[in-house]
Design a protein around this ligand. Structure first.
Ligand SMILES: NS(=O)(=O)c1nccs1
Ligand SMILES: [Zn+2]
Length: 261
């Protein structure tokens, strides 16, 4: 997909803009479980991904994006809190320099070593990701926490391709990958709230769906994420791609709903 959002070229932990115009629904946030409200009207998520739409992996200097062909409605997300149909555009991760932190969201302040984001845009209302990214009902992002444990067999194909995109701006062909293999067994239990992108342009366009159940990956698999670089091959100083998460933002009165009681 063409999620080639121009990330600020400042230090990879790009300078937080002083204030987002009217920023009252920024992400990520801490999810306080006992303050979340069970909403029985929340339906199960309907995920339909076609591995044939998988195209490439791109190191954009902040994370690595696995990009999908989003020119047709082949890989879609609907249901859950969503009224419309959304198209999968890309997925990426955020992670830490060690296993103590790395996720963007937290659950009762508990951080995970990494967090997967599956990024979708509203194809019922808009015709391009770039258009949807500016609209309040434009995007839906599924967040899945990663925990260190047993090796994730489905992730290994992606891990094996990462050395080819070690440097910023590198791209490698990557096909026939179904990201549904990265979802936890149970996708019916989630939290949802109105938020924003966590990297520039930070637009308040995202319906977040944060999975209650985490997935497990091995220490060695996550170590390969940390072997990536923020810097391009030409740059003198090589900087490891770690801690590429945004600081948590104030809830500002928002309600976080849960699909489970
Ligand atoms: N981290 S995120 O999923 O909110 C995102 N930022 C820019 C494009 S997708
Ligand atoms: Zn993200």
């Amino acid at each position: 997909c063409s999620s080639k959002l121009a990330l600020s070229q400042v230090h990879p932990m790009w300078q937080e803009p002083l204030a987002i115009p009217g920023g009252d629904r920024q992400s990520p946030v801490d999810i306080v479980v006992r303050k979340s409200i069970f909403d029985p009207q929340l339906r199960p998520l309907k995920v339909q991904y076609d591995p044939r739409t998988c195209q490439q992996i791109w190191n954009n200097g902040y994370s690595f994006l696995v990009e999908y062909d989003d020119t047709t409605d082949k890989s879609t997300l609907k249901g859950g809190p969503l009224e419309d149909q959304f198209r999968l555009c890309q997925f990426h991760f955020h992670w830490g320099e060690n296993n103590a932190w790395g996720s963007e969201h937290s659950i009762d302040r508990r951080l995970y070593p990494a967090e997967l984001h599956l990024v979708h845009w509203n194809s019922d209302k808009y015709s391009l990701f770039e258009e949807a990214v500016m609209e309040e009902n434009g995007l839906a992002v599924i967040g899945v926490f990663l925990k260190i444990g047993k090796r994730h067999e489905g992730l290994q194909k992606l891990v094996d391709a990462l050395p080819a995109v070690r440097h910023k701006d590198s791209v490698v062909e990557f096909t026939k990958f179904n990201p549904a293999c990265l979802l936890p067994e149970n996708i019916d239990d989630y939290w949802t709230y109105a938020g924003s992108l966590t990297t520039p342009p930070l637009t308040e366009a995202v319906t977040w769906v944060v999975m209650k159940q985490h997935i497990e990956v091995s220490h060695d698999q996550l170590a390969v994420f940390r072997s990536l670089l923020f810097t391009s091959a030409e740059e003198q100083e090589q900087r490891s791609m770690v801690n590429n998460f945004r600081v948590q933002q104030a809830l500002k009165g928002r309600t976080v709903r849960s699909s489970f009681s």
